[in-house]
Structure formats: C-alpha cells, structure tokens
Write a protein that binds this ligand. Structure first.
Ligand SMILES: [Zn+2]
Length: 392
C-alpha cells in the first residue's frame, strides 16, 4: 500500500479596510471584542477548575455562554472553547518547564478562530464573508495573498481572522490535501541531504552537489549585532525591541535560504528520478547532548527547522522523506566501513587506509546516508518485519 499523508497549507489574505463600509468594520470589531471577552472568561474558568480539555470546557460553559450571547453565531462559542483550552494547555506546559512567570494566561484578542460554518471564501472573486451577529454575513474584499493554483484542488479547512497592531486585518485560511506518496523501499532512488554550517550537500552514489548557505556567517553577523545592542543600549524597552527586530530579521533571512535550498533539492530529485529524500534523524542526538558530531556543525534549532521545511515541501511535490540514523556517517568509509582518517593536506578531506578511498567530508556523509537508507530498508524487510518503515 502506498503511504498516504495529509498536508496543510495556509494562505494569508489581507482584507481591504479602506473601501469596506463602516457598518461592516464595526461588526468585525464588535466580533473581536466579544470573542476576546468570551475566550478570557473561558481561560479564567479553565484555570480555576483545572480544565485543559476542550470537551470538558465545552460541556461546562457552552450552554451558559449561548444564553448570554444569543445573537452571536453559536460556532464562535465552540471555537472559543477550543481556543481557550489550547491556550491554557500550552500555558501549563510552559509553566511546567519553568518558562512562564505569569499566574494565568491572558488572551489579547488579536485573533478570532473561524470554523467552516463561520466564513465563506470566494477566491475567484477575491471576497470572503464572515458570519456576524444576528445570523448576518459581512462580505469583505481580499487585497492580496499567497493564493495560487496549488490550492485549487484542496479542501477548505478552518481560518483565523487576525487583527494586527497596525490595525490591518488578515484572513488566514488553511487548505487541506491528502497526498499519496511513493513507497520507501529498496527499489527507490534517493537523494541524501547533509547539512553543515555553511554548506548543504546532497546527492547519492552517482552525484553530489553543494549549495553554499552561509548560515553560520549570517548567524555570526547577527550575533555580533545583538551583542552590540546589549552593551550599548541602556533603555530596557528599546533594547528588547531592537533585539526582537534583529532576531526576526535573522530568522527571515535564514528561512529564505532554507526555502531556496529546499526548492533546488526537490527539482534536482525530480530531474534525477529520485522519489525519497533522506535526512539525518536528529532524535538520535537527544540522548547525547554533547555530541561532537552535531555540535559545531550547525545550530540544532535551525537544523530542525530546515528539515521541517524540506520535508513539507518534498511531500507537497510528491516525494517521500525518510530519516536515518546518522551516527558515524562522516567518520566511516562508505565503501568498506573502516574508520576514516583526516588528511593533513586538505581540511575537509578524509582517507580510508584499507580501501584507498579519498573524498571530502560532504561526499562521504551523503554516500553514508544513502547506504544507511538501503540498509535500514533491508533490515525492515528481513530482520525486523514488524517495524514500520517510513513511520517516524
Ligand atoms: Zn574503505
């Protein structure tokens, strides 16, 4: 059986508030105000009764809130219960980890969660209708958004109405699609991806390509910028704002790099007829926090984000993704399995005394990851028939 996966895509539409009529805007603002009150009341209730599940919260408060807000479409109360439960649940998680000092969470009311009964989307006409008080609908014009052909065959999911600090309004719509992915087996042609601080290498036993990401250089530059702010700016508020600004800028730059790399790897995979992308299973490093193999190579956090982007994009393009055990993939010979030696003449060059192989670290890692993929597929087939291949 071919593996099946559900994929979500979000399209963000900016809503035209300039040409919208005033009655419509005031209806929307009223919606935000009431929704905020309701969610905060639900959080308060969840907090005082120790409730973290949507079902219990809904059971306890739905009927009462329906009576107190009779003209508000009832589905808003349902999504408010879901929202409050999820906010409270993540608050509890943060609290457990000691990362939150607040007594209880407060919902700022910048977002209204819409299920499929609360909005209609006319993408061709660039319009959206939102359910408001008294069973009425407010129709708004959509200005722009990342809507493209890819969404056309997809199923409409839920949406978020978001009011930003600058007063602009967005409708973020989730689209869903079920994709059938190619199988993970020994017949598959693969592309292995090896991530380093400034270079991402990918390929298989037939070829290898390298892309310079310069991620380490970008990170160092922003690190120095932040350190300068920390020492030179006295005002705490300004300092925090500047640090936040640069942090955001750094991430946007790196994310752009990641997306570009993912795009190139996917198009190369298609060109080479590969159907599976192989990456390192970083969970292996979890047990060994000081792993020399991972440290000094790339920021762990960034690495995971890159993997997530590549996995998502790959699946969207009909490629499967498999994570393999990365242990020793840069220190053992991919041909004979012997330990490699670092060459004195080239910094990245490694040599195998036994079989004479001499290649750079990236090529070795790519070949070893490729090899490991086939080994793990064989193991799954012959030795461990109960192990699900492809399930992470
Ligand atoms: Zn060898």
């Amino acid at each position: 059986m071919m593996p099946v996966e559900k994929i979500k895509l979000t399209a963000n539409f900016k809503i035209d508030l300039v040409d919208a009529d005033e009655a419509a805007i005031s209806e929307i603002h009223r919606l935000f105000k009431e929704y905020r009150k309701i969610v905060n009341e639900l959080i308060e209730y969840a907090h005082s009764h120790g409730i973290t599940s949507f079902i219990s919260l809904h059971h306890a408060k739905y009927r009462e809130l329906r009576q107190r807000y009779p003209t508000l479409p009832s589905h808003y109360i349902v999504t408010a219960c879901k929202y409050a439960a999820s906010i409270y649940e993540s608050f509890i998680e943060l609290k457990k980890m000691g990362r939150c000092e607040k007594e209880r969470p407060v919902f700022k009311g910048r977002t209204v969660w819409l299920d499929d009964h609360l909005f209609k989307l006319d993408v061709g006409g660039w319009r959206a209708s939102i359910a408001v008080h008294g069973g009425r609908w407010v129709t708004l014009r959509l200005l722009h958004g990342r809507y493209h052909d890819r969404f056309k065959g997809m199923k409409l999911g839920e949406a978020r109405l978001v009011l930003r600090d600058d007063g602009s309004l967005y409708l973020n719509v989730v689209f869903r699609q079920t994709i059938v992915l190619p199988e993970i087996n020994t017949d598959a042609k693969v592309i292995a991806v090896d991530v380093n601080e400034n270079v991402i290498a990918y390929g298989n036993n037939e070829f290898i390509e390298r892309l310079e990401t310069n991620e380490g250089i970008i990170r160092t530059r922003y690190f120095l910028k932040r350190r300068k702010i920390q020492t030179k700016i006295r005002g705490r508020g300004l300092r925090a704002r500047l640090l936040g600004k640069y942090k955001g800028r750094e991430w946007r730059r790196i994310r752009e790099v990641y997306y570009n790399v993912a795009k190139k790897i996917i198009s190369k995979a298609k060109e080479a007829g590969a159907t599976v992308i192989i990456m390192e299973d970083l969970n292996v490093y979890k047990e060994d926090k000081d792993s020399k193999e991972l440290n000094g190579r790339i920021h762990r956090w960034g690495y995971r984000r890159f993997q997530r982007i590549l996995e998502y994009q790959a699946k969207l393009h009909g490629l499967n993704v498999k994570y393999v055990d990365p242990a020793y993939t840069s220190s053992l010979c991919p041909i004979c399995g012997d330990e490699l030696e670092e060459c004195s003449n080239g910094r990245r060059l490694r040599k195998c005394k036994r079989c004479g192989l001499e290649e750079d670290r990236d090529a070795i890692a790519v070949k070893n990851l490729t090899k490991r993929y086939y080994e793990e597929c064989m193991d799954a087939k012959t030795l461990k028939p109960l192990l699900m291949v492809g399930a992470r």
